[in-house]
Design a protein around this ligand. Structure first.
Ligand SMILES: Cc1cc2nc3c(=O)[nH]c(=O)nc-3n(C[C@H](O)[C@H](O)[C@H](O)COP(=O)(O)OP(=O)(O)OC[C@H]3O[C@@H](n4cnc5c(N)ncnc54)[C@H](O)[C@@H]3O)c2cc1C
Length: 466
């Protein structure tokens, strides 16, 4: 029987990072990683939509296995089918038993499959993260005349945009909400992103749902709730993911309210020798402390870094999920961190929101400059930053990551207004017009705040505009 100090099940975003963290934090610990995918077949999960256009093939969208070997992690390609918590062993489909000191479950999620009649028809594709399956989806899209994408969230919108790049098919998104991307963006940002998708030739139907998928073995049409019918020879179902919890349920581990494996703030499950990370683990909102449905690769790797550090002693704590999203359609990018204004208002915050725009190069005539628009959302009571949304060019996603860092560290409008940024004409907005800082200054004005330095020293009084 094989044995390791730490056994990890799952080899996508979370599993390898958990293993690497164990090896960094506890150099003498042995690590075995068990995963289902063959060598060179683990998909970069966030790269999946780009297989259908930009990247062009599942084989080019692969997490390198050298990540494991370079870090001294032994790989077993097999499926874990049982956990014996008393004997501390994992049984595999090929009949092996692997003994663990600590076990980390990183078994991910499965695509949501809504109970719509016709889901079983040929060429109806929920987005599984499997190379052979995705090669089949790609081949069907390449032959299709009409592709319907169910769901206008990030997965659906990106997939639709990439399908359109193939060039010879009509692509239609069907979204239940008034706009695409509305779970992560306020209306004005979502509407603009949707307009960009339309400009790129994608048909978008909102405020409507799919009643049935129709066909004769193979999909032919999609029937909407209002009775309209759309021609379809391929349907992509991109409406999110549900935690893969079967193995944990079978082992008697506690399951959380939203179906994830229950974990504490150290990522430990109800068994003190077992941790869970990534899409399979229950999430808690950074803001409300309530269960959160946000499932992202960035969150998965963050949790993996927490669990990997905690296997011997509690070294890291998870403050809860902030939720940071980014996407791009051509040269237009849009991103968000934390709560939208709507979500913050719904959660009961007295919200102050502001917007500032500027070219992301200076002067604005520098080639490749794009207008960047920043919206910040603050809590009037504590003046803390709750969320931010940005649209613009390529700097959008990394500036949103700055916002996430500010939220995570509890920064206030005053802190953000005085944030010491670096600027350069070819790379950033001007320090005079820097939109993140200006949006924070405007929030201070809206909140009516003037701060006086208690001991000004040289006689200066630092003040924000009132
Ligand atoms: C199309 C698409 C686009 C996305 N884009 C983004 C993005 O841009 N940014 C972002 O942050 N997130 C994105 N996500 C979300 C992201 O993919 C997930 O959050 C991420 O994959 C979670 O990683 P994970 O390791 O927890 O789980 P998974 O990626 O689901 O991996 C689970 C792993 O466990 C293995 N496994 C499962 N059960 C067993 C078993 N019994 N035995 C052995 N192995 C097992 C699987 O084979 C796999 O290796 C996207 C998701 C999709 C579908």
């Amino acid at each position: 029987m094989k044995r390791a100090d730490v056994v990890i099940v799952g080899g996508s975003a979370a599993g390898p990072v958990a293993g690497i963290t164990v090896r960094r934090q506890y150099k003498d610990k042995s690590v075995i990683l068990i995963r289902k995918e063959e060598q060179a077949k683990v998909m970069v999960p966030c790269g999946i939509p780009y297989i259908f256009g930009t990247v062009g093939s599942p084989d080019k969208n692969v997490i390198p296995d050298a990540l494991l070997s370079n870090n001294g992690i032994e790989l077993i390609i097999d499926e874990a089918v049982d956990i014996d918590r008393v004997a501390k062993t994992v049984k595999t489909a090929k009949g092996e038993s692997v003994s663990y000191g600590k076990l980390i479950l990183a078994i991910g999620s499965l695509p949501s499959r809504p109970p719509i009649p016709g889901m079983q028809l040929k060429n109806v594709f929920p987005v599984w993260k499997e190379a052979a399956y995705l090669a089949n989806v790609l081949s069907a899209i390449q032959k299709a005349k009409d592709v319907v994408v169910i769901g206008g969230g990030f997965i659906g919108a990106e997939t639709a945009d990439e399908c359109k790049k193939i060039g010879h098919c009509n692509v239609t998104i069907v979204e239940m909400l008034p706009h695409c991307l509305m779970l992560a963006l306020d209306t004005e940002f979502a509407a603009k992103a949707e307009a960009k998708l339309k400009e790129r030739g994608i048909n978008i139907i909102t405020d409507n749902g799919v009643k049935a998928i129709l066909g004769d073995g193979q999909v032919r049409e999609v029937e909407l709730r209002n009775g309209d019918k759309l021609k379809a020879d391929v349907v992509i179902v991109g409406i999110g993911a549900v935690p893969n919890n079967e193995l944990a349920k079978k082992a008697g581990l506690k399951i959380g309210e939203l179906g994830g494996i229950w974990v504490d703030s150290c990522q430990k499950t109800s068994d003190e020798n077992i941790f869970a990370v990534g899409d399979c683990a229950e999430k808690t909102s950074f803001f409300t402390g309530r269960p959160s449905a946000v499932r992202l690769a960035s969150v998965a790797t963050n949790e993996a870094r927490i669990a990997g550090a905690n296997i011997e002693a509690p070294r890291r704590k998870n403050p809860g999920v902030i939720g940071v999203f980014a996407t791009a359609f051509g040269d237009y990018a849009v991103a968000s961190a934390g709560l939208t204004e709507k979500a913050a208002t719904d959660a009961g915050y007295d919200v102050v929101s502001t917007e500032a725009s500027a070219p992301d190069r200076h002067p604005g005539c520098i080639p490749d400059a794009s207008e960047i628009k920043v919206k910040l959302i603050f809590d009037r009571k504590t003046q803390k930053l709750l969320g931010g949304e940005i649209s613009g060019g390529t700097s959008t996603a990394e500036l949103t990551n700055v916002i996430a860092m500010a939220i995570q560290n509890g920064l206030t409008a005053e802190d953000v207004a005085l944030f010491q940024m670096g600027t350069h004409p070819l790379l950033t907005a001007s320090p005079i017009a820097y939109p993140l800082v200006n949006a924070a200054e405007m929030a201070l004005t809206k909140m009516g705040i003037i701060k006086e330095v208690s001991d000004p020293g040289n006689g200066d009084i630092a003040s924000a505009s009132a």
